[in-house]
Design a protein around this ligand. Structure first.
Ligand SMILES: [Zn+2]
Ligand SMILES: [Zn+2]
Length: 252
């Protein structure tokens, strides 16, 4: 009987729950309740460095590079992110990545696609590539967050999602490592798949979180060596410098 009722009437009797906090929400069009929507908007509305997506002042946005990016030779030409690693966005990403909430790929992937649409380099992108994980980790966890997000973004943006990178060395997870240790931990960890020729391709790298950027930079180094002309990056969350060490340690 319920199946035959008009959708609006079903929602009146059984209002849908907010995808983030689970409370009954009243606007059927938005998967978030008004409180969660406001919280997400606040967490996303932070000016960020166009190069590394770190939270910065509006003045640094106009410069194109934050103080940490200036003077450095970076292989990632530009980065966009959905938000800064804060309470609700962090909760959503953890639920998606670790607690089997795969349906959140539509929400997070949709926001990621919206962020990419705002990038000045959007029209230069020719292919989407996800940051790979080692097969041992894939074996333990069949669901791969960055891969699923890259697939969603590629479909939404009508771009090919190409599996050209592989992780050849597992190494310990980056959580809890210093900046130097993080860079050393991923050095030589990635390779281009055999037989792939990039020939001046302009590539968008997708990952769920960027902290120091060591992983993305190492992937970009390999892609550039393989022939990529330009490499850009898009992440769901940027762990910002304003966070305490404990929050960074609890980040993904
Ligand atoms: Zn909510
Ligand atoms: Zn920067």
């Amino acid at each position: 009987m319920i199946a035959s009722l008009p959708c609006s009437l079903v929602e009146l009797v059984f209002p849908p729950r907010c995808i983030a906090c689970g409370t009954w929400r009243h606007d059927g069009a938005d998967p978030l309740c008004s409180e969660c929507r406001e919280a997400i908007n606040r967490e996303c509305a932070v000016p960020t460095c166009p190069t590394c997506a770190a939270p910065v002042s509006p003045y640094e946005v106009s410069l194109g590079r934050c103080g940490q990016c200036r003077g450095r030779s970076l292989r990632i030409a530009g980065t966009v992110r959905v938000g800064i690693y804060r309470d609700l966005l962090g909760q959503l990403l953890r639920a998606y990545k670790y607690h089997g909430r795969e349906e959140l790929a539509h929400l997070l992937g949709g926001w990621l696609a919206e962020a990419i649409e705002t990038a000045p380099w959007r029209d230069r992108i020719e292919a989407v590539v996800s940051v790979p994980t080692h097969w041992k980790r894939r074996f333990n966890r069949p669901f791969h967050a960055a891969d699923a997000l890259a697939s969603y973004v590629a479909r939404k943006e009508s771009l090919p999602h190409v599996s050209i990178l592989r992780r050849v060395r597992a190494g310990p997870r980056q959580i809890g490592l210093s900046d130097t240790e993080r860079a050393a931990n991923v050095r030589g960890a990635f390779a281009i798949r055999k037989g792939v020729v990039l020939r001046d391709a302009r590539v968008l790298l997708i990952d769920d979180v960027r902290t120091t950027g060591a992983t993305l930079e190492e992937c970009a180094k390999v892609l550039r060596r393989g022939g990529a002309e330009e490499v850009y990056a898009a992440v769901v969350l940027r762990v910002g410098s304003a966070h305490s060490k404990s929050k960074i340690l609890s980040a993904i």
